[in-house]
Design a protein around this ligand. Structure first.
Ligand SMILES: *[C@@H]1O[C@H](CO)[C@@H](O)[C@H](O)[C@H]1NC(C)=O
Ligand SMILES: *[C@@H]1O[C@H](CO)[C@@H](O)[C@H](O)[C@H]1NC(C)=O
Ligand SMILES: *[C@@H]1O[C@H](CO)[C@@H](O)[C@H](O)[C@H]1NC(C)=O
Ligand SMILES: *[C@@H]1O[C@H](CO)[C@@H](O)[C@H](O)[C@H]1NC(C)=O
Ligand SMILES: *[C@@H]1O[C@H](CO)[C@@H](O)[C@H](O)[C@H]1NC(C)=O
Ligand SMILES: *[C@@H]1O[C@H](CO)[C@@H](O)[C@H](O)[C@H]1NC(C)=O
Ligand SMILES: [Ca+2]
Length: 585
């Protein structure tokens, strides 16, 4: 009743803001001077094409939410590990009744029936199916089909969009609009060398006193990584409370039979019939077992290979749009992160660690969109989940390293979502004993997210010794990454029954994630809670990671940054040391 009266009052107030007749005044939300690099205007989509609009309502107590998150992630706080429940989280982020009513009113004005949309549990997202022509009126915009020059991929986007002025304070983002991000797998180089399928001796059966007995720097295996990062003797026991999640985008499917072969070769100590994983299909995500993806197999094989017998979940996220959209094809808007976040945040049972080996340059997304997606990952942190992203395989930036804000200047190109501070960003190393930074390792400084307090001292130490080198090419006050690293070269992966050798931070991310999953197992088995958002812990206790001090990450026509003593923008604080985690936690 109260809400009903309020909504009448509010709708009255809005009308008074209307510009003359019944047309509201619009304010520009975002615009690009030109399509982002490699995207070309292709054609006009049919007006009846159905779009699924994601409307992100302003979250009311985001600052409080972040404060909670920082407290429960600070290892020196009494509240360390006291993660929020989903109910508390949803209450904190729920929009105000004013925002809810304002947006409902807007949809009503546009003859959108309440049955045509859904709300997230917290009420902070609305998912609305509308024909394109209507979205164009609502957002005072024009949608086009854009095609990617290299991949031929096409998406429906706009170069500029607006909102009625009265909604400015109630809505953060509407998507799809002007975000051109693609979820690119972070494995750049793929050796065609095929290693014959053969059974090796398990590390637990060979002498462990020398790493070189187990590791071959040009043929990385799970036992090598388990030895290198100190988890070889650890047997997970909290497997009824612990899961690790792996995301898959772009029709990347993980194969059961390839995992079986992989385990036969690389974990002969495990009965391969026992090693498996669960597949969850989101938003039309497929599962074609005859078409295994290299990225998907790499991720799942190393996650299972290191965490076995911890349950592994593979998320197959759909949503790639038709190559040329027509009006009969259902709305597939290519918003992979939003699709995944929409799904996962509604679940009661979310894996404690989520590994992501995908990303794109930060400047392919508008800043407000990046901030909102980043806040969604912060929610996962507040719930006690660790979200990790690979940092990319192009060192300090993928060519052409020019800005697309109209200024067209040369600048290192940070990657997103890994540049989001609520994510643990994982770079890559190479060699064994000692490891050095891998040349491909993505690293740098965000242009969107300010540097968080927990990393300021570590980053300052690096910048002080760097001096004015590269001045103007990167943002000294931005969120700096990676946070950590793991091996990223010559990973042996079974794909379609053959062993391939893979490079990329895509290999590093599930490896680091798997070690963190084992630390969670260790804590859970002692009745403690999960680690959750990891970064404040890592920066407070850098000993948890092995410092990498050599190597560099060239890119953008430069030698890139050097790995140095302490934190560096190539390998972060270093590679995980499971035994140190055990000692501290
Ligand atoms: C290391 O791996 C490479 C590539 O697979 C192989 O050619 C080499 O023989 C291996 N070295 C040893 C000592 O096994
Ligand atoms: C996206 O496309 C796939 C087919 O490629 C389809 O199965 C799925 O239902 C679509 N998703 C939506 C939300 O329309
Ligand atoms: C599954 O993948 C195989 C191999 O690429 C392909 O031939 C087949 O058509 C695919 N099946 C479906 C249902 O897409
Ligand atoms: C940006 O500058 C580069 C040369 O530095 C040039 O090749 C390119 O065409 C310019 N792009 C635009 C959009 O002006
Ligand atoms: C540098 O980073 C800060 C903090 O995130 C941001 O406010 C500023 O706009 C960035 N500068 C540039 C040139 O991107
Ligand atoms: C990296 O180290 C090399 C060798 O010490 C040095 O010549 C180079 O200037 C350093 N680069 C940066 C960006 O610090
Ligand atoms: Ca270092």
């Amino acid at each position: 009743m109260l809400i009903h009266c309020l909504s009448i009052l509010i709708s009255f107030l809005f009308r008074t803001q209307f510009n003359g007749g019944d047309k509201p005044m619009f304010v520009l939300k975002h615009s690009w001077p030109e399509p982002p690099v490699n995207w070309q205007l292709h054609s006009n989509p049919p007006p009846e094409h159905m779009l699924k609009l994601y409307i992100g309502l302003k979250q009311s107590h985001m600052d409080d939410m972040i404060e909670h998150l920082l407290e429960v992630s600070d290892p020196t706080s009494e509240r360390y590990g006291d993660h929020l429940t989903k109910e508390t989280l949803n209450q904190l982020v729920a929009p105000t009744p004013q925002s809810i009513n304002a947006v409902d009113e807007w949809l009503k004005e546009n003859d959108i029936d309440i049955s045509a949309y859904q709300r997230s549990e917290a009420g902070d997202w609305l998912y609305v199916n509308v024909p394109l022509w209507k979205a164009e009126i609502m957002l005072q915009t024009k949608y086009h089909v854009f095609q990617h020059e290299e991949t031929g991929e096409s998406i429906i986007r706009t170069l500029s969009w607006s909102l009625p002025k009265y909604l400015e304070e109630h809505i953060d983002v509407v998507a799809p609009t002007s975000s051109f991000t693609r979820s690119r797998p972070m494995l750049q180089q793929l050796s065609q060398i095929q290693v014959p399928l053969q059974t090796t001796t398990s590390a637990s059966q060979v002498s462990l006193d020398s790493l070189s007995n187990v590791c071959n720097a040009t043929a990385i295996t799970p036992d090598c990584l388990r030895t290198l990062y100190g988890s070889i003797d650890y047997v997970p026991s909290a497997t009824d409370q612990n899961q690790i999640g792996i995301t898959g985008f772009l029709e990347q499917y993980a194969s059961y039979s390839d995992l079986t072969d992989f385990m036969k070769i690389y974990r002969p100590d495990v009965d391969d019939k026992d090693a498996s994983f669960t597949i969850v299909q989101i938003n039309g995500g497929g599962n074609n077992q005859s078409n295994p993806g290299i990225e998907a197999n790499l991720d799942i094989q190393y996650a299972v290979g290191i965490t076995y017998p911890t349950p592994n979940v593979f998320y197959s996220v759909g949503g790639r749009p038709p190559s040329i959209p027509d009006d009969t094809t259902p709305a597939n808007s290519s918003e992979p992160y939003l699709d995944f976040l929409e799904y996962i945040l509604q679940q009661d049972d979310i894996p404690l660690v989520i590994s992501n080996s995908y990303g794109d340059t930060e400047q392919t997304v508008p800043k407000d969109y990046a901030i909102r997606i980043c806040n969604e990952y912060a929610k996962l942190g507040a719930l006690g989940k660790t979200v990790l992203f690979a940092t990319g395989d192009y060192g300090v930036g993928m060519a052409p390293c020019t800005t697309n804000d109209g200024s067209n200047i040369t600048h290192f190109q940070p990657d997103f979502p890994t540049s989001c501070p609520w994510i643990t960003a994982i770079g890559g190393t190479a060699d064994i004993g000692p490891e050095r930074a891998a040349h491909l390792s993505g690293g740098g400084f965000s242009n969107y997210f300010p540097q968080p307090t927990w990393q300021k001292a570590a980053v300052k130490q690096f910048l002080d010794q760097l001096g004015d080198k590269y001045e103007g090419l990167y943002n000294t006050s931005g969120r700096a990454y990676p946070d950590g690293a793991a091996h990223a070269e010559y990973f042996e992966v079974v794909v379609d029954g053959k062993v391939l050798s893979i490079f990329g931070t895509s290999a590093a991310c599930p490896t680091f994630a798997a070690i963190i999953s084992l630390v969670n197992d260790y804590r859970l088995s002692q009745g403690k809670t999960s680690l959750g958002f990891l970064n404040p812990l890592l920066y407070k206790y850098p000993k948890l990671l092995t410092d990498i001090t050599t190597g560099y990450n060239p890119g953008c026509g430069t030698g890139g940054f050097n790995a140095t003593t302490g934190w560096d923008p190539v390998t972060g604080l270093g590679t995980p040391n499971f035994k140190e985690f055990q000692k501290l936690l």
